[in-house]
Design a protein around this ligand. Sequence first.
Ligand SMILES: *Cc1c(COP(=O)(O)O)cnc(C)c1O
Length: 382
Amino acid sequence: MITLNELRKFQNLKREHRKYTNIDPLPRGGIIYPNARKALQEWGDGYSVCDFCTGRLDLIKNPPIFDFIHEILPKFLDVDVICITHGAREGIFAVMHSVCKSGDTIVIDSNAHYTTYVAAERTRSKIKEVPNSGYPEFKIKEEDYTKVIEEVKKETGKLPTLVLLTYPDGNYGNLSDAKKVAEISHEYNIPFLLNGAYAMGRMPISAKEIDCDFIIGSGHKSMASSGPIGILGMKKKCENVILEKSKYFKIKEIELLGCTSRGAGIITMMASFPHVVERIEHWKEEVKKARLFSGQLEKIGIKQLGEKPHNHDLMFFESQKLYDISKRHKQRGYFLYHELKKKGIVGIKPGLTKNFKLSTYLLTEKELKTVIDAFKDIIAKF
Ligand SMILES: *Cc1c(COP(=O)(O)O)cnc(C)c1O
């Protein structure tokens, strides 16, 4: 028997971090706009978008999901075809599952997100990594894709079936030249998947210009959506492979199991979308802000790893000083989390001092200054 007492803790769930400035890269681009928060109230019930469904999510005209998926998003990403997934990982998996057979090899950058690995494992494919340049920049050299593709050919007697680049990667925020990797893939006639989980919805991106066959985005990561929701864009010629229809239910797409986001995810993505279109215009300012932040932290001995000058709001830092403080502080590694929280800042995982990542995305000037001053104060205080 479940007792009433056991249920009490579920009744009034409060989010402790909600009122703080959160510099964790994960939630920064997923914060929903006020009108989306209102829409969430209105559409939060399960299957709320299905009142006027004619058989498939992307065909729903009220609310205007059809226009969003088939007109607006293709224009936004400069891509032929869009479908909605439950997240970036589901998009990656959908592509791998459609393109690769068990035992095939997928070439990925060694900075790829863990979901790339588990998606490949779920399709029973093998992975071959393009190594990064190591400390301190951890860059992926585009030409190395050629080398690794050749290695796969030599070792397995077959070309890889898919090439993937993480753009930017979720650890260092490095942006490789995606166009070059696309060219290399196409020289070998291998389809190219661009994982833009930290790009789509933050920075301008054109699938046509990069010439990727598949492009992946994450709604809750970078498109101000409650999620879970993702976007998978593809070239027209790939549509039949990915969006094959069921022979039992003629309009249902097998890879999407018929329908994906059936409520709050797609609603908040649409409600936030006008703001997302607007914020992309200011990407250059976001990069400037990140560089300014990195420069200020370097001044107090906190070193930014990854590409320098940096081209993205996600940054990885290394701090021997904060680590040394943690060794003599009574709260040990947790001191940084508590010190920052006292100043209204959260987002650096409790326990971390030596290495941590953070994002300055959409911080106001005042918030940015507060965060910089907080680090300065903490270093000075100890
Ligand atoms: C966050 C992230 C993912 C996973 O995104 P979901 O939408 O939660 O599946 C995949 N790749 C990268 C690079 C990420 O940063």
